[in-house]
Ligand binder design. Structure first.
Ligand SMILES: Nc1ncnc2c1ncn2[C@@H]1O[C@H](COP(=O)(O)OP(=O)(O)OP(=O)(O)O)[C@@H](O)[C@H]1O
Ligand SMILES: [Mg+2]
Length: 293
């Protein structure tokens, strides 16, 4: 049996793992229909909140446009995804250390290169990425915005996706468009968790969630989960200007408390998803297939 077939078998057997078998990482994509809604800030600060709760977290920056996670955290990465995909280096060495023991893997050109690798190279890459399961409980993926093939490939490959919306009608319409494309593009859509960001008050956020959920259930047959609401808060742009994560420089801000609540909610949802935590090997396998399709 060649290596590619062996890997496929590993991936297949993991797809059928039960709750009692060893747990692999939860892979959660963070995405949005419209750009600039707060995905990168949310990803970074969720990661820090989860670290505070003792979870081992790795962020993959999959935004092919601008890799902003580093800018927001003030950390300069030495290597990127491309270095791993081209198999020049072990994944552990390509990770950059961030605040509180958080680890980052920067995007870069390697993402698009994935689509053009040979079977043998893909086995090496998937094997290499498997190391992430050993060192992380949760892998958060910051994607770009919109309905591009790249973004949808990441979302479809993950078992769970956080879809960020704001109260702007354009953001809500674009979020609905993403859900619609997912429904059209895949037999099984990932579990979609909605975060409503930049709200004036909690009830505005809840109202937006309920409206989006209602149309999604009615017209697409997809139920959404309410992952939480974050108020509009000037502490967020102030933290961005300082290049320090919000939850570290403004620990008592309303936005920080809301993000920490979202972390708790994500962990409370954990038992339900334990058997769903596909791990990075299955994720990467699906991602490559999606990018090639
Ligand atoms: N809750 C909030 N209150 C106030 N401003 C916010 C909030 N969340 C995000 N912002 C601001 O919105 C801007 C965009 O945030 P961010 O870069 O995280 O969005 P994004 O969705 O990742 O954008 P892109 O689509 O370009 O990747 C930033 O200037 C940030 O300060
Ligand atoms: Mg971003």
């Amino acid at each position: 049996m060649d290596q590619a077939n062996r890997l496929r078998d590993i991936v297949k057997s993991r797809e059928h793992q039960t709750v009692h078998e060893p747990v692999t990482s939860r892979v959660i994509a963070v995405t949005s229909g419209k750009g600039g809604v707060g995905k990168t800030n949310l990803t970074l600060n969720l990661a820090i909140g989860l670290r505070k709760l003792d979870k081992r977290v790795v962020i993959i920056d999959a935004d092919l446009g601008l890799s902003n996670i580093e800018v927001l955290s003030g950390v300069i990465p030495r290597f990127n995804f491309g270095d791993v995909v081209n198999s020049k280096m072990k994944l552990e060495s390509a990770l950059t250390d961030g605040p509180l023991g958080l680890k980052f893997l920067s995007g870069g050109a390697g993402l698009t290169a994935l689509a053009n690798l040979s079977e043998k190279q893909i086995s090496v890459v998937i094997n290499n990425f498997g190391a992430l399961d050993e060192i992380s409980d949760i892998i958060l993926i910051d994607t770009g915005a919109g309905i591009s093939k790249n973004v949808l490939s990441f979302v479809k490959a993950s078992n769970e996706t956080i879809l960020v919306v704001t109260p702007e009608p354009t953001s809500i319409a674009d979020a609905y468009a993403i859900i619609k494309s997912l429904k059209r593009a895949s037999l099984q859509t990932p579990v979609l968790k909605i975060v409503v960001n930049m709200v004036n008050n909690y009830s505005e956020g809840l109202d937006i969630f309920e409206k989006l959920n209602r149309v999604s259930e009615q017209f697409l047959g997809i139920s959404l989960e309410n992952a939480g609401v974050i108020p509009f808060d000037y502490c967020v742009p102030r933290a961005v200007k300082r290049q320090e994560p919000l939850t570290l420089c403004f620990p008592r801000a309303e936005s920080t408390k809301s993000i920490e609540n979202i972390c708790l909610k994500l962990l409370n949802m954990e038992p339900k998803y334990r058997h769903n935590a596909c791990g990075i090997a299955i994720f990467m396998n699906r991602l490559v297939n999606n990018l090639r399709a």
